[in-house]
Design a protein. Structure first.
Length: 30
């Protein structure tokens, strides 16, 4: 399952379901 996250409407990052938690952590930290 691929998840597409659009941040600030400038770019999109593609993460796998296994990396979802890590991705969310990076977004919160940013």
């Amino acid at each position: 399952m691929d998840i597409v996250v659009v941040r600030d409407g400038k770019y999109a990052e593609h993460w796998s379901c296994a990396d979802l938690y890590g991705a969310l952590a990076q977004i919160r930290a940013a």
